[in-house]
Design a protein around this ligand. Structure first.
Ligand code: ZN
Ligand code: ZN
Length: 403
């Protein structure tokens, strides 16, 4: 295929997406009205599974409510994986939208309804072009992103048969304006580890503290020590955030408690998170010992660092320029201390995760993710479809694009 016909074909793709607009809105609004929590996306995954089956893809279930569809091209070649998430959040919706959640206390407050709709439409368009690319495209619909469901999909074989050579994922992003796409190479979203400290002292009478060992005293020094760790020991150019979010001890004003529990998270936008956890443990254990307490430190992994591959980021930047024009591609100041478990895929296979702006003040869609009034600007949905379609075609037809 020469350059001229390639250009014509990509113009046709814009046209095809325009014709899919109604389907895109119908799907998104249907998912929005029927949100489902992580690993309980029964209805959503059934709709996705049927849709992919009707398109003639090889479809299989993965990790219960996860769905994987494989679209084979015209011959041997590389394999690219396009991923979206499907889960909603335990939030009571307050948007007042005509298609608002019908499930009490459950809401699509992160845009995953839009993600699912975009990837379904992209699958339909790409299925219609299967003669025009070599290799294969894997469409991965993931459950429970909010609580790191990716790992269970991987354990259940999501990255096998076929093994992808590249992975791509997108997030509708209310922090960027509609019409802007954000792509950058390197660390994009932080790793997160949740900690639980159990500090043990010795119970006793509040009137005789010298005869007891109060874990609350030790905890107050632990809090100070954590602040010192922040300011004095960590490189400020390598972002690290430690937040203490729960603290429980004691039941009565005259009783020195025996134990105290403290929970929080450590987030790093760099790959030195293991050293941060080691030093954190050493410090809190040491401080507790100084105040005659013992301290048990337990960690649970939330997300690993989402680090975009350089070559894949470059490809996504080039594709984004075609989708929204070079003036609308943001390549800096995108990193956040939030996490996304797309990192589980991209830490194993070269990948890129990018943001599709959906913030529009006049429509009230510039509200923070996970807020009860969170909404997406539906004008951003076709841009997400186009990113999926072009990324797949350009990656698989690399030789043509580079000519
Ligand atoms: Zn979220
Ligand atoms: Zn999300």
């Amino acid at each position: 295929m020469n350059n001229e016909s390639w250009k014509k074909r990509t113009m046709d793709i814009k046209d095809e997406i325009r014709k899919s607009h109604e389907e895109l809105l119908r799907l998104r609004r249907d998912f929005h009205a029927h949100p489902e929590l992580g690993f309980r996306e029964f209805r959503t995954s059934r709709i996705v599974e049927e849709h992919l089956g009707d398109l003639g893809l090889e479809v299989r279930r993965c990790a219960g409510t996860g769905v994987v569809g494989v679209l084979r091209g015209s011959g041997p070649g590389k394999t690219i994986l396009l991923r979206c998430d499907m889960d909603a959040l335990p939030i009571e919706e307050a948007t007042g939208l005509p298609f608002r959640s019908l499930e009490p206390g459950v809401m699509h407050a992160c845009g995953h309804d839009g993600h699912t709709a975009m990837l379904m439409v992209a699958a339909r368009i790409l299925a219609g072009h299967r003669e025009e690319f070599p290799g294969a495209i894997v469409f991965l619909f993931q459950p429970n992103e909010e609580e790191a469901g990716a790992e269970r999909m991987i354990e259940d074989g999501a990255l096998e048969n076929p093994r992808p050579d590249a992975v791509c994922g997108a997030h509708l992003w209310s922090l960027l304006p509609t019409g802007v796409i954000g792509v950058s190479s390197g660390p994009l979203m932080a790793s997160s580890y949740y900690f639980k400290l159990t500090i043990c002292g010795k119970g006793g009478h509040g009137g005789a503290p010298h005869a007891a060992v109060n874990p609350i005293d030790a905890a107050s020094h632990v809090l100070e020590a954590i602040k010192t760790l922040h300011t004095l020991e960590f490189d400020s150019l390598r972002p690290t955030v430690i937040s203490v979010c729960t603290l429980h001890a004691g039941v009565k004003a005259i009783v020195v408690p025996e134990t105290l529990e403290m929970e929080g998270s450590i987030r790093c936008l760099h790959d030195g998170d293991e050293e941060v956890r080691r030093r954190f443990s050493e410090l809190v254990e040491g401080v507790c010992r100084l105040y005659r307490c013992t301290c048990d430190v337990a960690f649970r992994c939330g997300n690993t660092l989402l680090n975009n591959n350089e070559e894949m980021s470059e490809l996504a930047m080039n594709v984004a320029e075609k989708v929204v024009g070079s003036g609308n591609v943001r390549t800096r100041d995108l990193s956040v201390m939030l996490g996304d478990d797309f990192a589980e895929f991209s830490s194993r296979i070269p990948g890129v995760f990018y943001f599709i702006g959906t913030g529009n003040e006049s429509k009230g869609t510039n509200i923070a993710h996970h807020h009860p009034r969170f909404d997406i600007d539906e004008d951003s949905l076709p841009l997400g479809v186009e990113m999926h379609v072009r990324l797949a075609l350009e990656y698989l037809n690399e030789a043509i694009c580079n000519s």
